[in-house]
Design a protein around this ligand. Structure first.
Ligand code: PLP
Length: 280
């Protein structure tokens, strides 16, 4: 694989980052994951806009140049022959002597990108549906910033696996925030799609925005509000969205079947609408 590190395209075995990099020492880094379908980047503008916001929220003295970043993404997709998969981008505050204070603004940020081949469209999980378990949301309060502090989501996913499930839905003050790496939704008895409103409690998903817009265009009812695990268990359907999973049905929560325990028609339809929009 060819990866990108600070201006250079190099084989992954030759790519290096300093041990003093603040991304490594302090998780002082932000990231984005953009899906690739048919060799094309999906919703790239949305990902760059969110990256700019993450950079601004952390006062990182890094320039986010959309055209330049698009060029790097496209170059990696081409050099690695990615038809379907992902491009991962990570931007850190750079390497500096270890200190909790940010280094002065002359420190050069570190920019790393790599690709992953992955069958994102024909994903068998979309036919099977996912089992999730609820776990407390013990992440920090700025989940709207897409930082690489992913240890708790990683622990939660391990715990979900230990319980025989595919993922966790995280709960704070009795309400579901989101999944470990996706936004969470339920469909109520009258067919309304419910997902938590935007705030610092969740990541503002790029797929969330696209799917909610497509749902409204299709005349579906959408309500942005919190919901409990009990409401989710009693819901007609449940699903999650993310750049790599698109719309992914959830068929059980804490061992309780959602609806009849099979993939819901609305989740299936939304996945279809989303994939059609990608192909257009
Ligand atoms: N929520 C969290 C915590 C995530 O990590 C992600 C994606 O990685 C999402 C939601 C979905 O965001 P997006 O649709 O932009 O991939």
């Amino acid at each position: 694989r060819i990866v990108y590190v600070n201006g250079n395209y190099v084989p992954e075995s030759e790519a290096t980052v300093s041990v003093f990099d603040r991304g490594f020492l302090f998780a002082d880094a932000v990231y984005e994951v953009t899906a690739v379908v048919g060799g094309k980047l999906i919703d790239f503008d949305g990902h760059v806009t969110r990256l700019k916001r993450s950079v601004a929220e952390l006062s990182m003295p890094a320039e986010v140049d959309e055209a330049k970043l698009r060029g790097i993404h496209e170059e990696l997709v081409s050099r690695n022959d990615i038809d379907e998969g992902l491009v991962y981008l990570q931007l850190t505050r750079g390497a500096a002597d270890r200190d909790f204070l940010y280094p002065d603004t002359s420190t050069t940020p570190t920019l790393v990108l790599f690709t992953q081949k992955k069958a994102v469209v024909e994903n068998p999980a979309a036919e099977r549906g996912m089992a999730v378990v609820s776990l407390p949301d013990l992440r920090w309060d700025r989940r709207d910033i897409k930082t690489v502090q992913l240890l708790y989501p990683s622990m939660a996913k391990m715990e979900a696996k230990a319980q025989g499930a595919d993922d966790a839905w995280l709960v704070e003050d009795g309400m579901v925030t989101e999944a470990t790496s996706a936004n969470a939704y339920i469909v109520t008895g009258d067919g309304t799609i419910v997902t938590r409103g935007l705030s610092n409690a969740i990541l503002h998903g790029i797929t969330r925005r696209a799917v909610l817009a497509l749902a409204e265009e299709a005349g579906l009812k959408v309500e942005e509000r919190g919901f409990t695990i009990d409401e989710a268990k009693a819901a007609r359907e449940a699903f999650v969205t993310s750049a790599s999973a698109f719309v992914m049905p959830v068929v059980s929560i804490d061992g309780a079947k959602i609806g009849d325990g099979s993939v819901g028609p609305l989740a299936r339809r939304l996945r279809g609408i989303y994939l059609e929009a990608l192909a257009a």
